[in-house]
Design a protein. Structure first.
Length: 44
């Protein structure tokens, strides 16, 4: 088993969060967005 402290945020989502959402009945194609950026990252 992998030490969870060594996993990236994306690894955690892929291995734990996404399967939990699927198991609970979420429609991933309609209800989940991954890594959506709405700005160019600059802070004013």
């Amino acid at each position: 088993m992998t030490d969870q402290r060594e996993l990236s945020e994306q690894d955690i989502c892929t291995q734990y969060v996404l399967p939990a959402l699927l198991k609970s009945g979420w429609d991933v194609s309609k209800q989940v967005r991954e890594q959506v950026y709405f700005t160019d990252g600059k802070f004013f």
